[in-house]
Write a new protein. Sequence first.
Length: 162
Amino acid sequence: MEKRFWQKSYSGLTLIETVIYSALIAMILGGSFGVVYQVLRGADWLSGEIMREQELSFIFGKIGWSLTNIESVIAPVQNSTSSVMILNKKNFAKNPIVFSISSSSIFLKLGTDEALPINNSRIVIEALVFGRESFSTSTAEILKAMVLTGGQEYETFFHLKQ
């Protein structure tokens, strides 16, 4: 068959096809990178939340330990709040036990020992408040411990048995 001058042979892509395919590939890659970024960012946030929950569980566990078998609570006084809790345990050689906040950390001091931080340095403690409530109709007392970290309040309550 003879090739005529008005018949053209197409082998390859035109410029407009190349531009369209390049744009499609760029959109797919851009969307993929956006999704991957969001997944990684979410994983970091979740990891931080898990760490915060574990730290708070440890802190509240230490406070709970200190409130077992107590002899007396020195601070906070009844029906008040304080950023420091001081108490004595029965038959415990390192009295008093002191919880306090300083430099974005919660410190635990046993007797004359040096005060040591009990939270991870990556967790910033913004506030620590202890409240002690007594009731006129009974000898029961409630101690509330509140920790503010990451802009969120976490609190727990303890029934004091003296």
